[in-house]
Design a protein around this ligand. Structure first.
Ligand code: NAP
Ligand code: F7E
Length: 348
């Protein structure tokens, strides 16, 4: 029997990699996409249109929305999936301060819509919830694991804490196979351009070929545990293959500042960055040309930021035998190479 998986958020960074991973494993993948005025399927284009030539044996797309339980129930009923990966969310932390109610609805309540739909249908489905290291907020411990208390610092993180607990509650109350993957930041050439890593590799590449003059950033000193999205979607699958539902932290165990990410990306592109000034007046100048190519813009500061995250994924490493293959340096290289290729294409 072919295994089936339903992915909400299939058009996102993780959804697109997960769809590829599952199809390679022989799954039939169902995806939920939302209506937009232009088709928003670049990340699954190769998979859906080119590679499988609309071959519905491997992948099938349905219109739905995490804000609309009638569409979710209809899709669940129609597909009866063996596994559900709930990846859909308003996933931008900074933007969640601008659209808090919407973020809580989709990122938080959307999860209860999915879980309740599944519970009522009664078939045996394993459910994965995309929980986030943002739930730890400015945690008081040096390394965060499954025991670390949550201290959310944004509407996004608050919605994710709700989603985490409602997943646990459905597991305990209704005996559902519902698990949380508490994933630390993971990046790739498919990362949205307004997340900091991609913004850096995308903008510096464009500056290199003359398509852009400056890169404007916010807090350069915040630290993140950054991994590679392809490594992390494998962990999602492993979490649902485990013999019992449970919650797992997935992280690389290394933390770096935004500034380090800028410096390493710049070096790969042969910029020689010198930092001058402080706070809002800090600037990064390329010593090769004397041009200031990095500036701070208060617009990119958050009303409340998470300054430091570092994950301890010992549980996943032990029980799931998961470990990341790509380290910080390699991740930057992958992203810079991809964005430089793109910038050159745009230039020509
Ligand atoms: P992403 O690239 O922003 O993708 C989000 C997906 O959700 C997109 O497919 C988006 O559709 C879809 N979506 C948004 N609102 C929706 C709605 N109302 N109804 C249906 N679909 C909706 O995010 P990602 O980086 O792949 O992350 C995947 C999940 O993991 C998210 O839940 C995120 O919060 C969580 N997470 C991410 C990280 C990370 O570092 N990447 C870490 C921890 C947890 P459109 O394409 O139409 O916008
Ligand atoms: O910010 C700082 C910013 O937006 C990282 C999401 O996938 O991972 C992601 O959330 C840091 C923050 O990711 C800019 O203040 C400086 O301290 O790339 P980010 P995030 O907020 O960590 C978690 C795990 C998720 O779950 C989320 O869905 O970088 N920063 N300057 C900036 N950030 C952005 N976006 N833009 C800047 O110009």
């Amino acid at each position: 029997m072919t295994k089936t998986a339903l992915i909400t958020g299939i058009t996102g960074q993780d959804g697109s990699y997960l769809a590829e991973f599952l199809i390679e494993k022989g799954y039939k993948v169902y995806g939920i996409v939302r209506r937009s005025s232009v088709l928003n399927r670049q990340r699954i284009e190769d998979l859906y249109y080119k590679k499988y030539n609309y071959n519905m044996d491997n992948i099938e797309i349905f219109y739905g929305d995490l804000g609309d339980s009638s569409s979710l129930n209809r899709i669940l009923k129609k597909t009866e999936p063996n596994e559900v990966y709930n990846l859909a969310a308003q996933s931008h932390v900074g933007i969640s301060f601008m659209i808090p109610e919407y973020t809580c609805d989709v990122t938080g309540l959307g999860v209860v819509r999915m879980l309740d739909g599944l519970k009522d249908l009664g078939f045996i489905t394993r459910f994965y919830q995309a929980s986030s290291s943002e739930m730890f907020g400015n945690a008081l411990v040096e390394k965060q694991n499954e025991q670390t208390p949550f201290l959310p610092s944004s509407p996004y993180a608050c919605a994710k804490v709700f989603a985490y607990h409602i997943t646990r509650i459905y597991r305990e109350a209704y005996n559902m196979f519902a698990s949380n993957g508490i994933l630390f930041n993971h990046e790739s050439p498919r990362r949205g351009e307004n997340f900091v890593t991609r913004k850096i590799t995308f903008s510096l590449s464009r500056i290199k070929v003359g398509l852009q003059e400056k890169l404007y950033l916010g807090n350069l000193d915040s630290k993140r545990d950054w991994g590679y999205a392809k490594d992390f979607v494998k962990a999602m699958w492993l979490i649902l293959q485990h013999d019992k539902p449970d919650d797992f932290v997935i992280a690389t165990g290394e933390t770096h500042t935004v500034r380090e990410f800028v410096e390493k990306s710049a070096k790969l592109l042969d910029f020689d960055i010198e930092w001058q000034g402080e706070g809002l007046n800090e600037k990064g100048t390329d010593l090769n040309t004397g041009k200031t190519i990095i500036e701070i813009n208060p617009r990119f500061y958050r009303p409340l930021d998470v300054e430091f995250l570092l994950g301890d994924s010992s549980k996943a490493r032990k029980l799931l035998k998961w470990k990341p293959e790509v380290n910080f340096e390699k991740l930057i290289e992958i992203m810079v190479n991809a964005d430089m290729k793109l910038a050159k294409l745009l230039k020509d």
